[in-house]
Ligand binder design. Structure first.
Ligand SMILES: [Zn+2]
Length: 271
């Protein structure tokens, strides 16, 4: 499943090529993905100029010159590919731009979504109203994390994966961030000290940043959003390393289950 780093990598590739481009033709091959596609999507996009491509959580936001934003989510298996030859039965949408650029939306499992929303209404829209802070934004710092977690007794790992608090910290990134911050995934979320909260925020930003850099290095015409983690996958310190020695040298990595998901951590250096 594409996680925040893959979506951000895709956004950066789109942002390098697309702003200022105008939709010449949109081919829509189905009426729905996870949800029905917007009525008359092709004709509403035709002739519109693309102002820029933003990201909120794992949604891509294509801002148009008519006050509307095309919202796109990759679901389980969605990805975008520039140019090249058609991708076959799973290429549900094809965007042709006036400058000759072609962007193909491919989604075999069809859990993705595309919608058109008034740009001014995005924050209040049902896709976005409940979302927490962006982990890479400057507003996400130690003090912000402490106030989000204050009074919460749930496990720290489950808290940082709660999209209503902070978005985009998926299962892999939660385990890796907690290991770097030397914090146990099982400790109660509401009892972090300021220095620990700052350490955890720094670790989350570093882990996501490295994953984005890893995905970005392999990009050319292919916009990678296939859910592959690229070079980052080889750098896991605890994820899927149960039984292997931790870098601290004092214990082996343990696997437990929290909220139905696997957690990997070192009982010696994570407290
Ligand atoms: Zn350790």
């Amino acid at each position: 499943m594409p996680e925040l780093p893959e979506v951000e990598t895709t956004r950066r590739a789109l942002e390098r090529r697309l702003p200022g481009a105008r939709f010449a033709r949109v081919v829509q091959r189905r009426s729905d993905l996870r949800f029905p596609l917007p009525a008359r999507l092709a004709s509403r996009l035709r002739g519109r100029r693309l102002e820029g491509v933003r990201r909120r959580a794992k949604y891509l936001l294509f801002d148009l010159d008519d006050g509307m934003t095309m919202v796109m989510h990759f679901g389980m298996s969605g990805r975008l590919v520039f140019d090249g030859s058609p991708l076959g039965a799973h290429e549900h949408l094809t965007f042709d731009f006036e400058d000759g650029t072609v962007l193909r939306f491919n989604d075999p499992r069809r859990f993705g979504m595309v919608d058109l929303v008034a740009t001014a209404d995005l924050e209040r829209h049902r896709w976005f109203a409940h979302l927490g802070l962006e982990p890479l934004g400057t507003e996400f710092d130690g003090a912000a994390l402490m106030s989000l977690l204050a009074g919460r007794s749930l496990a720290l790992k489950l808290a940082i994966m709660d999209q209503r608090l902070v978005v985009g910290v998926g299962n892999i990134y939660a385990s890796e961030s907690l290991h770097r911050a030397r914090l146990s995934p099982r400790r109660s979320a509401g009892w972090l000290k300021p220095a620990q909260a700052t350490r955890l925020v720094d670790a989350i930003k570093a882990v996501l940043g490295e994953a984005i850099d890893g995905g970005g290095s392999s990009l050319r015409d292919y916009v990678q959003a296939s859910g592959e983690l690229g070079n980052f996958q080889r750098c896991f310190r605890v994820y899927e390393r149960a039984g292997e020695p931790c870098a601290c040298g004092r214990s082996v990595v343990r696997r437990i289950v929290q909220g139905g998901r696997a957690t990997y951590f070192c009982p010696a250096c994570q407290r």
